[in-house]
Design a protein around this ligand. Structure first.
Ligand code: NAP
Length: 510
């Protein structure tokens, strides 16, 4: 033995296709590059980056987790103007990060993926511009809540005034002095309603189900505080650590069924309702009949004030139909409206669709998910090898920071790609048995969660199974730390011959 180590083969360099340039697409690009992976194509369907923070522009739009927690861990921002920053500021943050890390200049804007087809270790991706790309991996960074759900209410198409969904806010419509209706009282509505109430002559809020509200005033950060944070980066880190600790140990533990945390949340929300709403009959209308946290907890300090304004009417009678003049409720009353805002949420099970994605054997994503939208560890689907989904089914969304979740997923994906770079495989697919047992594990966690607390929400699917992570944040971090390679089927293909290379090599037509 001469003691010399065998020569190291150079790492393979994958072609990676990123679909979407929102928060997860920007993150993934930065982290892939840090790992030395540079052959990255980023397709973005719209004209700018930012995802949900580009799409949503409704008045009152803000983050509802503390901003120092809603930042990339590697890019703290001492400049946040409020405890929970407003939408435009968050969008600017992502634009700044995109520029700083040279992501923006690499994005192919106004180019949507229309189809992606898998074949032997590679994906062939077609775009709305008719271009074709080949990639060893595709990473769907397409977000969750981006397909507005418009209510299927009788007569909706007959409404004679202005009508739009909160995610498609029509800024050409001036609501000043108008008779405005808002359907919905979820997290978005709680932010929209106080703003619309200030402008409207009369605002009718159509509430189907009351919500629990955790009181959290969106305080302005003083220049003095910002300077302290700017001068001492450790302060920002400590602040972030504090919020992470609070959210992980109070909110996610409460939803996962930990009793002391649930009791605290319940007490605070009940007290908030009692102290905020003096009128007993209004309080009754606003009192939910399900456990706190069953629906997404609203974090807000302005909604209760808004519904007590003289120009605001909280309508709890069910909607019978929408008429050319307004909304008719089941008691026969017609609420005349000049404008109607649909704050009715999103189709949260769409993920990367309507993209035509076809895995092994031509399996279509719509067929794979026809009965149930599930994944293995939120990121993988059997028969869709070499493809990952950021913030997929059962990501622990809730009231936690989606950025923190994405960073965990990103690290996991890089580890998988790292094995490919070492030449261990050309194709990686999750075993159906691992997919099944992971989803059984999720179901098993469900019974203890607060989501079975007697409500209906987007947190549950049609079978009553969780759309979110039913355990704690700590459990998520633990489970997602290392890929269990035994849960995957991997394959190596013989090197391509000249002929097959030519056949498969489809370069960008751009
Ligand atoms: P949502 O939570 O799904 O709420 C939709 C609202 O519309 C509910 O009040 C629902 O009533 C009502 N609704 C739906 N269809 C209706 C119909 N046909 N008739 C009457 N009412 C109807 O949607 P969202 O408020 O847009 O929030 C969605 C998610 O976006 C949140 O859970 C959160 O994850 C995210 N979000 C985040 C922030 C942030 O700052 N980070 C801000 C806003 C939103 P029911 O309750 O009876 O179904």
């Amino acid at each position: 033995m001469n003691g010399s180590t065998p020569p190291q083969l150079p790492l393979r360099s994958p072609k990676v296709m990123l679909i979407g340039a929102g928060m997860t697409g920007i993150l993934m690009t930065i982290k892939l590059r840090e790992a030395g992976i540079t052959d990255i194509t980023i397709l973005e369907k719209k004209e700018s980056l930012g995802g949900t923070w580009r799409e949503n522009t409704y008045p009152g739009l803000a983050c509802d987790v503390p901003s120092h927690m809603y930042t990339y861990s590697f890019e703290p921002n001492p400049e946040w103007s409020h405890l929970c920053a407003y939408g435009s500021e968050i969008r600017e943050y992502f634009e700044r990060v995109g520029r700083k890390y040279g992501v923006t200049e690499k994005i192919l804007f106004n180019e949507a993926v229309t189809r992606s087809i898998y074949g032997k270790g590679q994906w062939t991706v077609t775009s709305s511009k008719g271009n074709t790309y080949v990639a060893d991996f595709i990473i769907n960074c397409t977000g969750i809540l981006h397909h507005p759900a418009k209510p299927d209410i009788k007569g909706i198409e007959t409404f004679g005034g202005d009508m739009f969904h909160t995610a498609e806010w029509n800024h050409t419509v001036d609501l000043t002095g108008k008779r405005v209706g808002v359907i919905g009282t979820g997290s978005t509505a709680a932010q929209v309603i106080p703003e619309v109430a200030k402008a409207a002559g009369k605002l009718s809020v159509f509430q189907r189900t009351p919500q629990w509200i955790f009181p959290w005033a969106n305080k302005t950060v003083s220049e003095k505080s910002k300077k302290k944070l700017r001068d001492n980066p450790n302060r920002v880190r400590r602040l972030r650590g504090l919020y992470v600790w609070m959210m992980a140990n109070l909110l996610t533990k409460a939803t996962a069924g930990h009793q002391p945390q649930r009791a605290i949340l319940s007490a605070v929300c009940q007290l908030n309702l009692k102290l905020s709403i003096k009128d007993k009959s209004l309080r009754k209308k606003l009192t939910p009949d399900y456990a706190v946290g069953c629906k997404r907890l609203i974090v807000n300090k302005t909604f209760y004030k808004a519904v007590q304004r003289n120009n605001v009417d909280l309508v709890t009678e069910g909607i019978a139909e929408i008429t050319p003049k307004g909304i008719k409720t089941r008691d026969g009353k017609e609420h005349e409206l000049d404008a109607l805002v649909l704050s009715t949420g999103f189709h949260n099970f769409n993920f990367m669709r309507p993209m035509d994605m076809r895995g092994k054997g031509g399996l279509k994503i719509d067929d794979a998910w026809s009965k149930k939208v599930q994944a293995y560890r939120s990121m993988f689907l059997p028969n869709f090898p070499n493809s990952f989904l950021m913030l997929g089914p059962n990501s622990p969304i809730g009231n936690y920071s989606v950025i923190a979740m994405s960073e965990v997923q990103c690290a996991y994906i890089l580890k998988i790609i790292g094995h490919w770079q070492q030449g261990e495989f050309d194709e990686i697919d999750v075993k159906p048995s691992a997919f099944k047992s992971f989803n059984e594990y999720l179901k098993a966690g469900m019974s203890k969660t607060v989501w079975v607390g007697g409500c209906q929400s987007w947190y549950l699917d049609d079978d009553g199974d969780p759309a979110l992570w039913p355990y704690t944040w700590q459990q998520w971090e633990k489970e997602m730390k290392e890929p269990k390679m035994a849960d995957f089927i991997t394959e190596k293909f013989p090197p391509k011959t000249e002929k097959t290379t030519k056949k498969n090599e489809v370069s960008a037509a751009a």
